[in-house]
Design a protein around this ligand. Structure first.
Ligand code: SF4
Ligand code: SF4
Length: 268
């Protein structure tokens, strides 16, 4: 039976311990924080950040409350990223539910970034030999960063002291999610991930709309690979061209920013 994590947004206090634990466990470099709203930093997942806690000031019953939600790969039951990857660098592990990335198979086309309905995979733009970057659910067939095979929860869940993150069998977590929703009217009557894009291993419940944290509304319940697979699997050459175009555009934009900044320095 595949595993999952229940994220209860009402229990998250925004301490970011999960974000730090993820960096530490996966040996990801820290960066000087850049905040978008005084609280969310970095603004989103990036090449060195598998998970990020997003904040929202929500108006509730005439009062204002700060809500926070940890975001990462949703580990879809039918991952569009894996379906889009003709190089087979992304793969769903049936036992754990983890969607894992094999860097040695990746050709850098970045189709997975286009295919993902949750905007998860990021590219290591700054690196000489960039790779795709995303949460592996602390499952690692290479055994370096593995926790799930040893019966341990992901590092983020292990570090969360408020119960905002619960690891377990997906079926059991779904029951728990609906128990909480049905016993407390302040919850929105929906488990995000139960059916979206065919269902995900990570499930969310909340008392503020999920869109507030950047989740797309109306994702639909049909597994996205059904839309993308037939088209994408026959297009490796287009994919490689697309990857090259993205890289050229990135370096062009960077160079323009650099020239603009140099001009600014001269005027100062
Ligand atoms: S560790 Fe738990 S409470 Fe702290 S930010 Fe992460 S999910 Fe929220
Ligand atoms: S959330 Fe995106 S990257 Fe994660 S498994 Fe689903 S499609 Fe793949």
């Amino acid at each position: 039976m595949a595993k999952g994590v229940l994220v209860d947004i009402t229990k998250c206090i925004g301490c970011k311990a999960c974000q730090v634990a993820c960096k530490q466990w996966n040996d990801l470099p820290a960066k000087i924080p850049e905040f978008v709203d005084g609280l969310t930093g970095p603004p989103d997942m990036d090449g060195d950040t598998y998970t990020v806690v997003k904040f929202k000031v929500a108006e509730m019953a005439g009062d204002y409350k700060i809500r926070s939600a940890k975001k990462q790969c949703m580990h879809c039951l039918h991952p569009a990223c894996a379906s889009a990857c003709f190089a087979k660098a992304l793969e769903k592990d049936a036992k754990t539910g983890a969607v894992i990335y094999h860097p040695h198979l990746c050709v850098g086309c970045r189709y997975c970034m286009l295919a993902c309905p949750f905007d998860v995979p990021k590219y290591q733009w700054e690196k000489t030999f960039p790779l795709i970057s995303k949460c592996q659910f602390c499952f690692d067939p290479e055994d370096k960063y593995d926790r799930l095979s040893y019966g341990k929860p992901p590092a983020c869940v292990d570090t969360c002291i408020t119960g905002a993150l619960v690891y377990g069998e997906r079926d059991e977590l779904l029951k728990e999610a609906w128990n909480r929703i049905n016993s407390d009217p302040s919850y929105i009557k929906k488990v995000l991930g139960e059916k979206e894009a065919g269902g995900t291993s990570w499930l969310y419940i909340s008392d503020v709309p999920f869109e507030e944290f950047g989740f797309r509304p109306n994702l639909g319940t049909k597994p996205l690979p059904e839309y993308s697979h037939d088209f994408l699997k026959y297009t490796p050459i287009i994919a490689l061209g697309w990857g090259t175009l993205l890289t050229v555009l990135y370096h062009y934009t960077k160079r323009r920013e650099q020239i603009a900044s140099e001009k600014k320095d001269v005027h100062l």
